[in-house]
Design a protein around this ligand. Structure first.
Ligand code: NAD
Ligand code: MG
Length: 378
């Protein structure tokens, strides 16, 4: 007899949040939604909640108009996560704002299904310490890390020599290099294989997303930079490989559909019958190649940040958030995103961050530096 798992979805109006609602709705015998949050889209939040009567609702950016929304503001978000009786929190908030959600979930005794990769990039070691203290799990939702997690759990960590993370290459993979400085935000938002939120779609085009994922993999699975390889794979069918001690590569494959990793995280360690991402191995030929460092300088910068330590990886995320926002506002060019991040990282940051205050201090510091660089070049 399998009990129904009670789920809180943070970021319910976003790309991952909406797909998570679909996953839960497809498996009412497995999951029920007991809490939902959105940042500013009040109508979207109320619409999402109509499938789940009785779920606690939170609008995290301001006071709501609707009487159906009991929680609001940052304090309300924390209270929703901490005080609602639930088994697991899906953190699908975008950006550094998701950090506190992760710690609230773990410290109030809930498992954490983690789409918000920023939590692991900014404070992975601290998040695992919090999970250990609460005897709770962190289950990756990012498709590459979900693939690696599932393979490592099945094969055993001791059999794994390294991982190979796949990357689609984003919107400008096949564009002439000289055209990149002139690319507009609308161009960067046209992703070839995945349909995602705006920030992560721009990060796919620069490969900052893959940089964040290299750091995420290092922290989630205890790997060094040298043990993590990145390959271009335009079809997004292989979500990642593990390399076994004997040199064999094992892959996890499906059609690109985030509902599969969301389902796997929410259901872990059980497996659930599902077919949304079923793949016909004959449908497309699969290609793999090395990413061009000139096209994707932010990938190298991520490896350098990883080698420098926790302060630098925290700063990488912060500087990139500032740079992407400036690009979206039209203040800097597409190719300036990488310049802003690498110049921000020329500073020295502490190699270890002992506590969330230290994490937030480096985050604030790096944002200040990045903003001043944006001002200088815009
Ligand atoms: P999105 O922009 O589509 O949605 C973000 C959600 O977070 C919205 O519901 C929004 O209301 C909420 N939100 C925004 N700012 C917030 C704040 N300050 N506090 C609380 N909530 C806030 O983003 P997305 O594409 O769904 O991505 C969400 C997270 O999942 C990101 O960390 C992203 O890197 C990660 N992720 C996304 C995908 C994908 O396919 N979209 C894949 C892997 C990982
Ligand atoms: Mg990913």
């Amino acid at each position: 007899m399998i009990s129904i798992r009670r789920v809180i979805i943070i970021g319910a109006t976003g790309s991952i949040g909406r797909q998570a609602i679909d996953v839960v709705a497809r498996h009412p015998d497995r999951f029920s939604v007991v809490g939902l949050s959105a940042h500013s889209d009040e109508d979207g939040l109320v619409a999402a909640s109509c499938h789940f009567p009785g779920a606690a609702l939170c609008l995290s950016s301001r006071s709501p108009r609707s009487g159906a929304i009991a929680f609001s503001g940052i304090g309300g978000l924390s209270a929703l996560v901490r005080d609602t009786d639930a088994d697991i929190v899906l953190n699908a908030a975008s950006g550094a704002a998701g950090l506190s959600v992760s710690f609230d979930a773990l410290s109030s005794g809930k498992d954490l299904a983690l789409a918000n990769k920023e939590t692991v990039v900014m404070a992975g070691r601290l998040a695992f310490a919090a999970a250990r203290r609460a005897s709770r799990l962190i289950l990756p939702v990012d498709s590459e890390h979900s693939a690696i997690f599932n393979m490592i759990e099945r094969f055993g960590r001791e059999t794994v020599r390294g991982v190979v993370i796949t990357a689609s290459g984003g919107a400008f993979r096949d564009e002439p290099l000289e055209s990149l400085p002139g690319k507009k935000p609308t161009d960067a938002l046209a992703h070839p294989t995945w349909s995602m939120g705006a920030k992560i779609t721009v990060d796919s085009a620069t490969m900052a997303n893959k940089g964040l994922e290299v750091i995420e993999a290092a922290r989630l699975f205890g790997l060094t930079g040298a043990e993590i390889d990145v390959v271009l794979h335009p079809e997004s069918r292989v979500h990642s490989f593990i390399r076994a001690r004997d040199g064999s590569l094992y892959a996890q494959m499906s059609r690109p559909d985030m509902r599969l990793p969301i389902l796997n995280a929410l259901a872990w360690p059980e497996s659930v019958d599902e077919s949304v991402a079923d793949m016909d191995p004959c449908d497309v030929p699969l290609r793999f190649s090395r990413p061009d460092p000139e096209r994707y300088p932010l990938l190298r910068t991520a490896y350098d940040a990883l080698a420098s330590g926790e302060g630098s990886t925290d700063a990488y995320n912060a500087a990139n958030e500032v740079a992407v926002a400036a690009f979206m506002d039209g203040a800097i060019r597409f190719t300036d995103i990488a310049r802003v991040v690498s110049r921000t990282l020329e500073r020295a940051y502490p190699p270890t961050l002992e506590g969330l205050e230290a994490v937030l201090a480096v985050d604030a510091d790096a944002r200040r530096v990045a903003r001043s660089i944006v001002k200088e070049i815009s």
